[in-house]
Write a protein that binds this ligand. Sequence first.
Ligand code: BES
Ligand code: ZN
Length: 633
Amino acid sequence: MYRKPVPAFFALIAAAFVVTACSNDEEAGVDNYDPARDYFTFANTDQFVTEHLALDLDVDFEAQQLQGFAMLTMRRADAAASQVTLDTRDLTIASVAVLQSGNSVPAEFKFGEEHATLGTPLVIDLPADTGASFDLIIEYHTSPSSTALQWLPPELTAGGKHPLMFSQSQAVHARSWIPLQDTPAIRITYEATVRTPRSLLAVMSANNNPLTPRTGEYHFDMPQPIPSYLLAIAVGNLYFAPLGEDTGVYTEPELLDASVYEFADTQAMLEQAEAMYGPYDWGRYDLLVLPPSFPYGGMENPRLSFITPSLLAGDRSLVSVIAHELAHSWSGNLVTNATWRDGWLNEGMTSYIESRLMEVIYDVDRVDEERVLSYRELLQDLEEVPEHMQALAPRLDDTSTEDFQGGIHYSKGQLFLEYLEKAFGREAFDVFLTAYFQEFAFGTITTEQFLDYLELNLLSQEGSPVTRDQAEQWTYQPGLPEDALIPRSTNLDSAAAMAIAWAKDEVELAEIPVGNWSPQATIHFINSLPVELSGAKLAELDAGWGLGKTSNAEIGRTWFIQVATRRYTDAYAELEAHLNRFGRGRLIAPVYSALASNGEDRELALEMFERARGAYHPITVGWIEAGLERAAD
Ligand code: BES
Ligand code: ZN
């Protein structure tokens, strides 16, 4: 979602072009690019395929590590292959054994060379008589610096008394808590035994039983096959409250009531999604509301979406994130992008379904407002993302960063699907999507497979309003096609008009009906203020609307980006409070960037970052650092 344009990344791209232009040998290398290959794994999945994972882990808060066993049930796909290569990062491997027909035989293993983004390959030599199906038993522990796990001391939790640990595996971090084939192309079922301090509860992206006694030993089963990036665990002083028949929320007791109020519509969203796209195949759907350092808005871990507490605005205004994570139960978790290049099939389709759900549960005006805001963010992305990365399915063999595309997979993907919906009609497009989910259920899909399926079912119809060429313009070309449907919102248009009129003193602040506005309209108003607005006017706005003290994290984000960009120093103390209150990357990284690039406050941004960074997740730290680095250029 957020780019880390490490200078080396651009250098590499530039080098690739030079090479293409002047060297035939190298050119052949470039042409060997395989769009269906996942360049973000070391695993030799063409030779061996994992089918099941059994974990047995102790959660050690003192050592900040998970320790135990992973047993991978593997099937051989290549009779001649004798080595299994797994993905790892910062794992200590104590032993590896191969288990076959009840016999366990130790296996030799060694690490390959470490790679900054991909971690370290673990190469296991199989005993000579290893057959077509076997188990690998790996005894290991994680490192406190595991990029997937954050170990929070009590003071960084809501309750302040118990530690809390959570994982974030997407995109390439499962390998830093489990040695495995870490690629979305492989699906596995899993089971786990997890031992924790007695007072704490463990939850996973599996069958969580809300009535589980708190014994300090927990068992999980995930009978549906999932890609590795959906493996997830959290341990803390967590309690459960139901939201509906099949839905509920886990969080610290201090946040339970607020969460139940905020996410009360989750059951309705689930039922609506089933009505539109077919059965929910996963059993229960629960939420886990984490401490503020959770780096994302939400993460669609199956059966248990992980959620930022910054959604707790008190008015249900930010729950499109819940609709989004729930929608992933179809687009992403049920039908999964084959490689990260095809990420738009996860995120774009999910953004599309998110909006469809929000239209039914709330209303179309609210959703149009959200559409316009994300379109504006897309336009910004299109200015910043290099052209060759603007395709929905870009060439993706550069592994120097895992953040490569800004929001393009999301908003451009959504616009593509809205374009198809408009062309074929909502009814026909719903039929198409429902059939698509059935056809590819529990499978993975490349952009090319999607296009073929689209062609077969819609594009090849007599008189089809869309050609394959037009579809491919979306998937393979930069920018937006000319006939893209640009989102419109009359509410936001009038908020923007108000911003201009108020800036020119044509209306009084008190005359603006902000009390009746959605948070989205307030956001659009703030973003529409002219560049040259005086400090006195900003002070008037802040005092009148209490923007610095807003309980809506997205309004806060928008306001403090403006505060930083415009150097409205009166609000800097509140700006720093915002940076300390939230840890979700989206809410704070752009505020740091704006501060660092306003021409005066780079040092101040660095100081604020130094003061706050101890509470941030390493992923968020990475985004902020990349932004600060960019501001230095
Ligand atoms: N799956 C993503 C989060 C993600 C994407 C993690 C790529 C790692 C790599 C999740 O579903 C998501 O999109 N979260 C958004 C929600 C928003 C678009 C509604 C977020 O966190 O902002
Ligand atoms: Zn998503």
